[in-house]
Design a protein. Structure first.
Length: 330
């Protein structure tokens, strides 16, 4: 195993072990669950990241009408990009390491100092930074759609296989002479990643192999993978005061039924309406006639809206506050 910047990964069913190389250090992390890593990644709020990225894109504009670029401008863009990657790393180690590895690889390219080269490099950096945003939406879309199908096969056939091109990537692997899980001598396979999309799409494929279900928790609105085949409705996330959705939700659901409040119906409608807007925007490929609502803006809204809905059910916020959040993106 060489020490390139990135993530070395060994997988066994839903278990995985990683060696993370970055910023001059090499760490072997605890065992992770493929399903947790995948679903957990979609939980991070990247709306701030999106704002910084827009700022970086502005910085890549040419300095005059004939398309001049300066070395200083290029340095500022690449420095901000690396800072952004390190900022992400504080909360989301995986994404931070992968972003930095990708940017480093781009910067290793021979820079001949011409305007053309500077422009190409800056565009490549912007593309690399944009990737997590696009990929998160696509993975969310696939995982969320699983609950629309009764069987794994039906889901694969209808939603996943027709999009095969998205999964056709290089997943470089090497054979090493010890087991990453046990450290015992053994010939074992290790995959290497220095790109966000490759890593998470690989995890998605490993997850799909397990043929498990994905549900949307009606209490917190987040995706989860049921632990067993029992009829699980709610997730195990700790929602408030150390209590999980599973513990709190039945009581809240009873209240919801008793109150028969039209606001809840409006809330559900807003959720669907806004998600449809995301689909239109994300599929429009920058077509400016489509109203903007990015996946990350939607996710940030959804998490906040769910929280307010719960507080309203518990009598802790007013109807006006719930209405405000329902209408916030209109
Ligand atoms: Zn939940």
């Amino acid at each position: 195993m060489t020490d390139k910047n990135g993530i070395y990964l060994s997988v066994d069913g839903d278990d995985a072990v990683r060696v993370i190389v970055g910023n001059g250090t090499k760490i072997q992390t605890d065992r992770i669950k493929v399903s947790d890593e995948l679903i957990g990644e979609l939980e991070y709020d990247m709306s701030n990241y999106e704002i910084v990225l827009e700022h970086i894109i502005e910085e890549t504009e040419p300095l005059d009408d004939i398309g001049a670029y300066s070395e200083e401008q290029f340095t500022a863009v690449s420095d901000t990009a690396l800072e952004l990657a390190d900022g992400v790393r504080e909360n989301d180690l995986t994404t931070g390491v992968l972003l930095r590895a990708t940017i480093h690889k781009l910067l290793d390219f021979e820079d001949d100092g011409t305007a053309m080269c500077l422009m190409t490099m800056m565009n490549a950096i912007v593309e690399a930074l944009r990737e997590p945003l696009d990929t998160r939406y696509i993975l969310y879309k696939y995982l969320k759609s699983r609950s629309e199908f009764d069987t794994h096969e039906e889901w694969l056939r209808t939603n996943i296989l027709p999009e095969g091109y998205f999964f056709r990537r290089d997943y470089p692997c090497e054979i090493i002479n010890y087991d990453l899980f046990t450290n015992e001598p053994k010939l074992s396979q290790v995959f290497f990643f220095d790109n966000y999309t490759d890593y998470f799409v690989f995890l998605f494929l490993k997850f799909a192999e397990q043929q498990r279900r994905v549900l949307e928790c009606p209490c917190c609105g987040k995706l989860f993978v049921p632990k067993s085949n029992r009829a699980e409705i709610y997730c195990d996330r700790v929602l408030v005061d150390g209590k999980t959705c599973k513990q709190i939700a039945p009581k809240l659901a009873r209240k919801l039924k008793q109150r028969n409040d039209p606001l809840f119906e409006e809330y559900e409608k807003a959720k669907n309406r806004n998600y449809k807007r995301v689909e239109r925007y994300e599929n429009a490929n920058g077509n400016s006639s489509v109203m903007r609502l990015t996946f990350n803006e939607y996710k940030a809204w959804l998490d906040k809206a769910n929280e307010i809905k719960r507080l309203y059910l518990q009598g802790l916020v007013t109807a006006k506050e719930l209405r405000n959040i329902i209408e916030e993106l209109n």
